[in-house]
Write a protein that binds this ligand. Sequence first.
Ligand SMILES: *Cc1c(COP(=O)(O)O)cnc(C)c1O
Length: 400
Amino acid sequence: MISLHGHPSGRHFLQIPGPTNVPDRVLRAMHHATIDHRGPQFGDLGQAVLQGMQWVFQTRSPVVIYPSSGTGAWEAALVNTLSPGDAVLMAETGHFAALWHRLASRLGLDVEIIEGDWRHGADPSRIQERLAADTGHRIKAVCVVHNETSTGALTDIAQVRQAIDRSGHPALLMVDAISSLGALDYRHDEWGVDVGVAGSQKGLMLPPGLSFNALSERALAAAQRARLPRSYWDWGAMLPINATGYFPYTPATTLLYGLHEALDMLRAEGLEQVFARHQRLAGATRAAVQAWGLEIVCQDAAARSDALTAVLMPAGHSADALRKVILERYDMSLGQGLGRLSGKVFRIGHLGDFNDLSLCGTLAGVEMGLAAAGVPHRRGGLQAAVDYLGRLAAGAAQAA
Ligand SMILES: *Cc1c(COP(=O)(O)O)cnc(C)c1O
């Protein structure tokens, strides 16, 4: 129990879908004197993290690192490639798609959003239809959220790419991978993404404060023509100096030490293994939710996110009251419902520095909280997750 006067015993469970738990190794790596970001030591660090980010994005194109939250990298993607009044097509997958839409509108872009019910990923066939109808090629970019963190629904980016190609449309493809990069498979080059947007505080296991743009040849060509005002976010100022590992203005040196360590950890585990771990823990979480008899927000079973699970409350019960009980009794933070899902949904983050036992602790906290808050449910969610993990482990042992 949290006490106002003492320190709660044991670790806080930060099970929101970002910021995520920062591994001790990363914390220790940031316990480092700040160095001269123009001095001889810095260039090696800068080059290592810039190259490391290309590896995580699965791209050969440059990656730009900003000292900002993910929202800054959203803005950077748009201002570097577009001009005032350009038409942009977005897909309303949930709260984050709606926020990116609002940001784009405020920049003076002419944004059309394909409406959605916040329970599915973006529909590639509707994107294709809309692009096919745009015979004059007014639309300059298609922007989609890969992992919609407000709903736990994934969009199939390879299919969005195919939809754009099939319509023969030259629009750029921009993807918000803020809560997928480093947790779920994201293939920047293979999927033909022109600008990939990411942040430090989700799959990359870092504190908030860094954001990223992964580019493409076409994005760089668009940047030559783009006329939206840009200065702080300008790729043109970043790229030449990044080539030597340096930055045009003061980078977040301490966070870059952390990023270097987090990249080492991801490399040691291997990206395939990282994705498989998220898949396994997500499957176990969904088994628990189903055993409780609660409803998962994402209605498309194939699109359910491996990074988080958003759960609908039974009618008449407040998700915020449940989250309050869980925080006060068990010192665990769960994600709140965002936007139109406020109060109706709680979100279990199962991404980043997370394993079988941290999942079991998390699900135990939810199950005890459901009982304590008087939320109607069946018992046995934790057991269902344990059984799920046990079956997978037995299957893996047999296969070996
Ligand atoms: C967290 C998140 C954002 C917002 O990032 P900030 O770092 O809060 O600016 C945007 N999109 C998605 C999908 C996210 O998960």
